[in-house]
Design a protein around this ligand. Structure first.
Ligand code: ZN
Length: 367
């Protein structure tokens, strides 16, 4: 215990008179009372206990060893009495202090664990559906409401379903417009589908007429990525084949869709076009949703936005399918639209890459 005054005094008791013994013990007791009243000592409770009652070198043990055991006979009685008094005092004070410390700890733990039911809950961000998913679901809702059902198909296709069966033979110039990712190393030639149209053929092969389907999904082209083009985009295909379907049905369906998607004021216009798998073919335009037709940056100041390539199913396609499809009896229409493009138009987004960067600062704008 080094220079501690408590122990400095311990070795000298034998020279005292009996009257001097009690004050020496009183000094020790005062020292103890001072120490136990100070948090800086009792903060390390195990060390404090060891200092006073430790068996090897605690103060009480040292008093027993240095004062009581070697006390000369004239002092033996008074030292024994004073020692017992001091020991009782120290032990009861330590016990009281221990209880005090424990109950303070319990109260602190209880305060920490207490649940206040009146506090407001923690609001957790649950996220929102992606702008493309929202558009996808809106498209599905509109077409399902007028009798179309949803089918999905493989993104890896054969050239037959992606081209030939859609009346696009090899060396047909239409293949040039759809720069295609071919998959190398496969035994059979495969490619990443360039449009959702292969599912027209796959569906008709499985399902005899009538058929009314939409096919939403991902398609791939070797485009140079820019503000409006990427390697991958989302398309939605539509196909309706029955015995009495006319171009009027097609026009009515498209107009209904445009009004449902862009609002009652939106107008539609058809321009003649060419696709190998439709005849006649048309480009469908809708009035620009952003400027309402007066012209803006989004519509390149034309007031119109290209919406869809479409037309009446080319009778040659039924020849590939067979399965009860007879060009003499059946007719139908087909259309394809870009889901990303529809989302950009509806929400006034000018940069396609924003749709795929998944920056939450962007996505949060479309709750
Ligand atoms: Zn516009």
């Amino acid at each position: 215990m080094g220079t501690d005054p408590t122990t400095q005094t311990l070795a000298q008791l034998g020279d005292n008179t009996p009257e001097q013994v009690a004050p020496r013990f009183a000094e020790i007791r005062a020292r103890f009372d001072f120490e136990i009243s100070s948090d800086s000592n009792t903060g390390n409770w195990p060390a404090f206990i060891a200092r006073w009652t430790g068996r090897k070198s605690g103060v009480l043990t040292e008093i027993g060893d240095n004062w009581l055991k070697p006390a000369p006979p004239r002092l033996k009685k008074v030292v024994g009495q004073e020692f017992q008094k001091l020991k009782a005092h120290v032990e009861s004070a330590l016990e009281a202090k221990r209880k005090e410390i424990e109950s303070a700890a319990e109260q602190a733990a209880a305060a920490r664990d207490r649940i206040d039911l009146s506090l407001p809950g923690i609001e957790r961000a649950i996220g929102t559906r992606h702008i493309i998913r929202q558009t996808y679901e809106e498209l599905v809702r509109i077409f399902v409401s007028i009798g179309f059902s949803v089918v999905e198909g493989p993104e890896i296709e054969t050239p037959y379903y992606n081209f030939e069966a859609l009346n696009i033979p090899e060396h047909h110039p239409a293949r040039d417009n759809m720069d295609t990712f071919y998959i190398e190393g496969a035994r059979e030639p495969h490619l990443l589908r360039t449009h959702t149209s292969p599912m027209q053929i796959r569906t008709m092969e499985k399902q005899p007429p009538p058929v009314r389907i939409i096919v939403p999904g991902k398609v791939y082209r070797r485009d140079n990525p820019d503000a409006t083009h990427g390697y991958m985009f989302h398309q939605i295909e539509g196909l309706a084949v029955d015995t009495d379907i006319t171009f009027c049905d097609f026009k009515g369906t498209v107009e209904y869709f445009v009004r449902e998607f862009f609002g009652p004021k939106a107008k539609t216009r058809l321009r003649p076009s060419y696709f190998p798998f439709t005849e006649p073919s048309a480009e469908v335009d809708a009035t620009c949703h952003v400027c309402g037709g007066s012209g803006c940056r989004i519509c390149k100041f034309s007031g119109w936005i290209e919406l869809s390539g479409a037309g009446m199913v080319n009778p040659a396609v039924y020849g590939f399918v067979k399965n009860g499809y007879d060009a003499a009896k059946h007719s139908g229409f087909a259309f394809g639209m870009g889901i990303d493009r529809l989302a950009m138009m509806k929400y006034g987004v000018t940069e396609l890459p924003l749709l795929f960067q998944n920056d939450v600062r962007f996505l949060r704008q479309f709750p």
